[in-house]
Ligand binder design. Structure first.
Ligand code: F0G
Length: 458
């Protein structure tokens, strides 16, 4: 017997209260936060869709693992557990633990980067790009053309443009390419999956020119779900086998374990090449910690090892992908302009289309983020010109390719009624959308300005 209702495949053992606020309270909170939801206090937020990173609910098994975490400085049993789990999953020989994804990125890209070097990705995540540019290198995003058209359907909208990849390698010469980075799923490009065929093609091009190929694999289990259900030849493979095959195509991977590995903190860098791993290990020891803990406690490593197994459970992945799609499909039916199809960890709204009257230099995405908070206490993040905008020499904004707002769904945290509430908030939000105003930036930093920027309502 088949049921159409997919239930959360877990029971709740421990709860965290949500403080219910009123619109007038939220107006004051947001003014005090200078219209940047990153500056809100967490108890001022009712539904927190800011990020799916580090916000997962751990399982009873992971909490049990926390208790048996081995805190020895060297040779910790928990490291052994984390190490063997990652080795089994990725197949790479050298595994370096780090306190989160960007620490792994900083180590790898400062070894491979530097002035004159070029990095190529389907889309560099913001910390990835920042770590690369910080070394003086240049980062190019080459998603397939469909990726920048929110409404166009493509089963693997996260794919990299293979023709452009080859052109860029030839133009900048293979010896100047730091590496090619495939982000799975493509977070900044709308949480869209990457096909195995695309990973194979990238592998072939990189091999042809002797260029290194790395995965940014923080959502690789969710990506494996889409491959199994959208790429015919993989329908009989397990999710783990699919991930393993993808790892086998690359020379290594960086992972923020705060996403698919279901933990609140952690990451790693996995490398096949011994010489490169030696250079990275030296930096690891100087800046993160000894090679058997990186920046992590033993208990964190234990939880990562357990989480990396739980993410490939079919019931979990089915619930995860379907519950994200549930939110997206309801918003779509309501006429909210979305990035389609719905990706794995988040629903992305096309704010430029939602508020066509707000020009990009008045940040329509920021306007939507503020409206969501004011109306419903829902915290989301702008992924548009606040996050990726640059200025030309005359100080004029060079806008991002898209003005998106991301509703990132923490793993195993919210139930269906929370999602129903968010859908209702949107139904109220579209009633007065013509009257919503844009914002200007009154304070910003050089790198990653979206975290600390301050705004004024126009
Ligand atoms: N790569 C990708 C694709 C990411 O999404 C992130 C983080 C990182 C690298 C960096 O990892 O945070 O552990 O240092 N993304 C979070 C987000 C912050 O909200 O999407 P980190």
């Amino acid at each position: 017997m088949e049921f159409k209702t997919i239930i959360e495949p877990f029971k709740i053992k421990s709860v965290e209260p949500i403080k219910i606020s009123t619109p007038s309270e939220r107006k004051i909170y947001l003014e005090n936060a200078k219209y940047n939801p990153f500056k809100l206090e967490s108890d001022q937020v009712m539904i927190d869709f800011l990020t799916d990173s580090g916000t997962s609910a751990m399982s009873a098994n992971q909490w049990a693992g926390i208790m048996i975490g081995d805190e020895s400085y060297a040779g910790s049993k928990s490291w052994e557990h984390m190490h063997s789990t990652i080795k089994d999953l990725t197949g790479y020989h050298h595994i370096l633990p780090t306190h989160q994804g960007r620490a792994a990125e900083r180590i790898l890209y400062s070894v491979l980067g530097g002035k004159g070097k070029v990095f190529i990705s389907n889309t560099h995540f913001d910390t990835t790009r920042a770590n690369i540019e910080y070394t003086g290198a240049t980062a190019f995003d080459i998603p397939i053309p469909e990726a920048t058209h929110p409404k166009d359907y493509h089963p693997f909208k996260g794919n990299m443009d293979i023709e452009k990849l080859e052109d860029l390698i030839l133009k900048h010469r293979p010896e100047n390419i730091g590496c090619v980075i495939l982000t799975v799923t493509n977070n900044s490009g709308g949480g869209q999956p990457v096909s195995m065929k695309n990973a194979k093609d990238i592998h072939s091009v990189c091999k042809k020119y002797g260029v290194k190929f790395f995965l940014d694999c923080c959502r690789i289990a969710e990506n494996a779900y889409f491959i199994k259900h959208r790429e015919k030849e993989y329908e009989d493979k397990t999710y783990k086998e699919i991930a393993q095959e993808m790892f086998s195509l690359a020379d290594g991977a960086v992972m923020s374990a705060k996403k698919d590995a279901l933990v609140n903190m952690g990451g790693f860098l996995a490398i096949e090449d011994e010489k490169l791993s030696e250079k990275c290990s030296s930096l690891l020891i100087i800046t993160e910690g000894f090679t058997t803990y990186g920046g992590l406690s033993g208990r964190d490593m234990e939880a990562i090892a357990i989480g990396l197994k739980e993410i490939f459970e079919p019931d979990y992945l089915l619930y995860r992908i379907k519950s994200t799609a549930y939110l997206g499909e309801h918003l779509d039916k309501m006429g909210i302009p979305l990035m389609l199809p719905i990706g794995g960890h988040a629903v992305y709204i096309d704010a430029k289309e939602m508020y066509p009257h707000i020009p990009v230099n008045q940040y329509p995405g920021q306007a939507l983020v503020c409206e969501l908070y004011l109306k419903g206490g829902v915290r989301a993040v702008e992924i548009g010109s606040v996050m990726f905008g640059k200025y030309d020499k005359a100080g004029k904004l060079i806008p991002a390719q898209m003005e998106l707002v991301r509703l990132a769904i923490p793993r195993r945290v919210y139930t269906q009624s929370h999602i129903e509430y968010v859908i209702e908030v949107f139904s109220k939000l579209i009633e007065n959308k013509e009257y919503v105003k844009g914002y200007e930036i009154t304070y910003e930093t050089e790198y990653l300005r979206h975290f600390t920027a301050e705004f004024r309502k126009l």
